[in-house]
Structures are given as C-alpha cells and as structure tokens.
Design a protein around this ligand. Structure first.
Ligand SMILES: [Zn+2]
Length: 104
C-alpha cells in the first residue's frame, strides 16, 4: 500500500501532518500512522516530533519538504518494534495529499 497523508488543524493557520509508513503496513498488516511534522503558515516544518525526518533527495511537488518514505525504524533496517505500532489519528484528521505543492 502506498503511503497516505492526513492533516490535523491545530490552530487558525497551523497543522499537524501524519503519514503512513508502507513498510509498517507490510509488517503489521494494517495502515500505521506516524507523526510527520508541524507547520505554521508557510514556515519551514517543525520536525521535532517527527518519526520520519526530511531529506532534500525526496523533495517533489507531491512531497514539498522531502519527508522520508519509511519511518525511522524501518530506514535503519530493523523493523518497527511492537511497542511502536503507530498512532491513532485524531478525530479531526483529514486525509489528503500534496498536489503541486498544495494540500488537497
Ligand atoms: Zn515503518
């Protein structure tokens, strides 16, 4: 399954973004949501709580800040630990994606 994105409004112009990890989907047999980043307005995202991290190599119009495809544990090649099986999306999460750098 391809990664999906969800966005949660946390203020008038601020959002938390979540992304599913495709390797976690294979490991756990279900979609696993992980925190991607926080963004206020058009500022550069805050990745302090991110389970992915950003890399210029993945920047694209469908991924404007270059978030990593796989979660940190999968990037390190060990698989996700059972105690780190993802987050429940907040009730006000909205599924979407970036199209031409804009959230749709
Ligand atoms: Zn993963």
């Amino acid at each position: 399954m391809r990664a999906r994105w969800a966005r949660v409004a946390t203020g008038p112009n601020s959002f938390d973004y979540y992304k599913s990890c495709p390797a976690c989907y294979r490991q756990f047999g279900r979609e696993v949501w992980r925190f991607a980043y926080t963004q206020v307005g058009t500022s550069y995202p805050n990745t302090a709580r991110s389970e992915y991290g950003l890399t210029d190599k993945r920047m694209a119009k469908s991924n404007p800040y270059g978030i990593q495809s796989l979660c940190g544990e999968h990037r390190r090649g060990k698989g996700a630990s059972a105690s780190n099986a993802g987050l429940a999306l907040p009730a006000n999460a909205v599924l979407g994606k970036f199209v031409q750098n804009s959230w749709k």
